[in-house]
Design a protein around this ligand. Sequence first.
Ligand SMILES: NC(=O)c1ccc[n+]([C@@H]2O[C@H](COP(=O)([O-])OP(=O)(O)OC[C@H]3O[C@@H](n4cnc5c(N)ncnc54)[C@H](O)[C@@H]3O)[C@@H](O)[C@H]2O)c1
Length: 341
Amino acid sequence: MLKIAVVGAGHWGPNLIGNFHDHTRSEVAWVIDRSEDRLAAVRTRFPDIQTGTEARLAFEDPAVDAVAIATPTATHHELTLAALRSGKHVLVEKPLAETVEKAEEMHAVAQEVGRILMVGHVFVYNAAAQLAKQYITNQELGRVYYISMVRTNLGPIRVDVNAAFDLAAHDISLASFWLDATPISVTATGGSWINRGIEDAVFATIRYPNDVLVNLHASWLNPIKTRDIRVVGDKRMLTFDDVNTGEPLRIYDKQVDEQTAQVPFVDSFASFRMTVREGDIVVPRVPMSQPLKQECDHFLDCVENGETPMSGGPEGISVVRTLDAISRSMADRGREALVGG
Ligand SMILES: NC(=O)c1ccc[n+]([C@@H]2O[C@H](COP(=O)([O-])OP(=O)(O)OC[C@H]3O[C@@H](n4cnc5c(N)ncnc54)[C@H](O)[C@@H]3O)[C@@H](O)[C@H]2O)c1
């Protein structure tokens, strides 16, 4: 049984506590949170878990093998470095850090001390997203033209990072996973109304290799919770909505074809050459599984067997570099910013 300490028991942390607590291969040795109220809530649900307000209590405990960090983004760097330097493996929530330099240092230290560093890019552990990747990789959509991703809700409003860092981190990790590529450049605009300088809504277009565009709308200032992802290929199109747990994926047999037969009348050269085909819509069966459980399973596999995480330091850094480019482009009134530039 691996002994896990969970740091951060706010909105998301209890999901990690539950997963590692109920797991057959792990137990939760510590839950750490600065807030006594949060700890009291944890003790009510999990009376067998030790709690404390200082992360060092868990980091200095030799019985602890690994640490899961679910605190605000601005604290990830300091807590992760302290855990790694205490010899613990680390699963840290997305995004890895709020700056590229910090993200790179976290990966470098993990390498140096020979411990696992995994980032909670939970969508790459989602069974429907993994099935969608198969459609894309097997060329069943043909050549991918573009992906549009809308992730909106009313709250939670962050004060340490903007809506892109908070929400679009998921979409960037997913797009890179699907396309098996890293972004080249970004153009973005955003608006900050609630807290000065922290964008509540971000509209960004990311350019990937092979002329693939990924368009993002991330906002915590929106009346409707939307998770609307569309992948447009030249043979087929795909939609993914993880809120629709029963039928998250749809494959549309729709495309624009080259016209071969002669038509009697055309009003433009484009309509002469192109015709729209509307075929079947397939709703593939997605195996039932919990993405966060898959993520925790994978983390335990990596710790036990030294496997390389699917969402490790390099993937975490790539997402942070893209988020950094989004921030630079927004600050420059939408001018194109190179990722990593
Ligand atoms: N994977 C997902 O789908 C998902 C969903 C929500 C949040 N998250 C991520 O989880 C992290 C936490 O988000 P949240 O919504 O739970 O935030 P939150 O504000 O609800 O909770 C954070 C908790 O961390 C505690 N904390 C802050 N600094 C601390 C420190 N130095 N030591 C110990 N405890 C500390 C706070 O008291 C609070 O209880 C963020 O990185 C966020 O991006 C991921």
